[in-house]
Design a protein around this ligand. Structure first.
Ligand code: OXD
Ligand code: MN
Length: 624
């Protein structure tokens, strides 16, 4: 008998072994056997797609204290450790084979050295614990987009979350052909105290792209541990690079136009910048809120949601602004809350939920009371700013019926948006594909939010809202975008949006709900049904069209003064932005395509020309 079978026979009960043997792929057996030898679990549970197995995962998460039941019997709450509340960019590294480099923008380590660290940290990490083995599929099953994934974890919370977020794939694994590329995820929460990871100083996410394996260690926060989310995205970007498609940090939604026409949009915004709320805007339907794969098929750009659920930021979710999410979170659909406050009556509260602040409860710091401070003397808010909800999309009343279509949907437009106080107008269309890729995607900047560890509100370079996950040299990634539509007979439009523009006094000058109108305007542009005004940075709406759309969709009087303020071209700020972006690419991206510098230079000269003729701050009416 070979070593793999020996390990599996020793570690697995007969029932679990036979579940595994029903999957013929030898590599699957080897990966699991290697993980067993390294992590040394007390037991192994192989989870199939049955209700019985998935229910076992949920029950065990509760029994082990990783989740706590709430008054609503369909809901639980999970707490991550006090220092483990967001994605840890610093400890996330690519393991790069000797002689290779991913460029200055990506964090990397020599592969052999990284694997030593992995071995050291994972050795015996599942002593006294049960290992869970799960099978999933990224993208719809049996589709050109499908990627099978094996997830090994010792966290039942992780395994349970994935059940809500991804398509189950055990049966799919039984039928996939032998050579099919698989992604492999191995996670251990490490040492636990009160069910949370305590060795956070040795936290790490290591991406061994040579073997398509991601290791996640000593952490529980979903963004670091749920392999199918951002960990698999990094592998998918490499696969897409090899095969000529795109793996993106984008929502996918249908914007409903006149006569119930549905036009599909993707949108890339850094976490915490309105991505989920845009995909949920009333009057439209959602396919996905976070990850999209895009391929050119029969001359058309088509996209799918990689996931089937939402791991959303719960802060500011209110019944008024987010009625669909609100309803799901108050229904009998399964939900996991994380890092919210649990009240005495086993309800949950989150920041800015529209009610008076509570005085006490349980949160990620343990017993919480008003005025509680941390070790540095900082007041601890009653819930974490990055507190989350995890739900399946099937509970949403606005779910688009194409979610599981193996061919995906035809994409009419792509949107880029960031947290930008002083440059971009609320909405504009790029001059063409290349202009959009360079001045919108590759030039995206955004202020930091609570979704990652570290200070907030700092303006950062965030190309394509994907920088945290890009796993190939950045110049190559941009070139792939430029080339992506070369065989497309219909090229999607590219837009930028900015929901965070401020006036000189520092007040926001658009309203949260205005995105409804920006979406409807973009939809009409895709079908060439409204005019636009050409400015040095792109095409902006005509006032009368917006006025009508505001009236029709928000029942709001939209004034010409608001329009002028929101859509003025701020030349010095836009020139500063070009200088910043150009410098970053010159200094840190040695393979940046020449087109990038050309397009930025052209934009600069259009702006300088306009500045000479019309001044620093140019009213949109001057371009009309
Ligand atoms: C997320 C993120 O949770 O990007 O989606 O951080
Ligand atoms: Mn995200």
């Amino acid at each position: 008998m070979n070593e793999t079978m020996e390990t599996l026979e020793q570690a697995l009960t007969e029932a679990n072994l036979s579940k595994l043997q029903a999957i013929p792929n030898r590599k699957v057996h080897e990966f699991i056997a290697n993980a067993i030898r390294l992590c040394k679990p007390m037991k192994v549970f192989v989870c199939n797609d049955s209700k019985m197995d998935t229910e076992y995962i949920r029950r065990t998460a509760i029994a082990r204290g990783e989740e706590t039941p709430l008054a609503n019997p369909y809901q639980t709450v999970h707490f991550d450790g006090f220092h483990d509340q967001a994605r840890d960019k610093e400890s996330t590294v690519y393991l790069v084979p000797q002689g290779e480099t991913l460029g200055k923008q990506l964090s990397q380590m020599e592969r052999e050295k990284g694997l030593e660290i992995v071995k050291e940290r994972l050795d015996g990490s599942m002593n006294n614990k049960k290992m869970v083995v799960r099978f999933f599929c990224l993208g719809p099953l049996d589709s050109p987009f499908s990627i099978p994934v094996v997830q090994i974890t010792d966290s039942f919370y992780v395994a349970h979350s994935e059940d809500l977020l991804y398509r189950r794939g055990y049966d799919y694994f039984r039928r996939i052909p032998d050579g099919k590329e698989i992604f492999w995820m191995l996670h251990s929460s490490g040492k636990l105290i009160h069910s949370v990871s305590t060795d956070w100083k040795k936290r790490g996410v290591m991406i061994d792209y040579q073997e398509n394996i991601v290791y996640s260690m000593n952490t529980q926060y979903a963004g670091n541990t749920i392999g199918l989310k951002k960990l698999a995205l990094r592998l998918a970007i490499r696969k897409a690079d090899r095969e000529g498609w795109l793996a993106e940090h984008m929502f996918l939604m249908a914007v409903h136009g006149p006569s119930s026409r549905r036009t599909y949009f993707t949108g890339a915004y850094p976490s915490g910048c309105g991505k989920t709320s845009t995909s949920m805007v009333r009057g439209n339907t959602i396919v996905g809120d976070d990850l999209t794969y895009l391929r050119v098929m029969d001359g058309k750009v088509r996209g799918v949601n990689v996931e089937r659920g939402i791991f959303g930021i719960i802060r500011s979710v209110t019944s008024k602004d987010d009625p669909v999410i609100w309803d799901v979170l108050h229904s009998n659909k399964p939900a996991i809350f994380s890092n919210v406050l649990v009240t005495e009556d086993e309800g949950v509260r989150w920041l800015d939920d529209g009610f008076d602040s509570p005085k006490s409860g349980i949160n990620h710091s343990g017993e919480w009371f008003l005025g509680k401070v941390d070790r540095e003397g900082e007041e601890i808010p009653f819930a974490h700013k990055n507190a989350r909800y995890t739900v399946g999309l099937d509970g949403l009343s606005n779910l688009d019926d194409t979610l599981d279509d193996p061919r995906g949907v035809e994409v009419g437009a792509i949107i880029y948006g960031g947290r930008d106080k002083d440059t971009w107008v609320p909405v504009q269309q790029s001059l063409d594909w290349i202009h959009g890729v360079i001045t919108m995607g590759a030039s995206l900047e955004s202020e930091t939010t609570s979704a990652t560890l570290g200070p907030r509100g700092v303006r950062m370079f965030q190309p394509f809202s994907n920088l945290d996950f890009i796993s190939i040299p950045l110049g190559k990634y941009i070139q792939n975008h430029l080339d992506f539509v070369k065989d497309a007979t219909k090229v999607p439009l590219i837009f930028s949006v900015n929901y965070f523009l401020k006036n000189k006094q520092g007040d926001f000058i658009t309203d949260k709900l205005d995105k409804t109108v920006w979406l409807k305007w973009m939809e009409l542009r895709v079908h060439n049904e409204v005019d636009a005004i050409e400015t040095p940075t792109g095409f902006i709406p005509v006032y009368d069209d917006l006025k009508e759309l505001f009236q029709c969709h928000l029942d709001k009087e939209y004034s010409r003064e608001d329009y002028v303020l929101q859509f003025e071209t701020r030349v010095p700020e836009l020139l500063d932005k070009i200088n910043r972006i150009e410098k970053i690419y010159k200094d840190t991206v040695s393979d940046a395509p020449k087109a990038l510098f050309d397009v930025l230079e052209e934009q600069r000269s259009r702006l300088l020309d306009a500045q000479m003729r019309l001044g620093d701050c140019i009213s949109p009416l001057k371009f009309a």
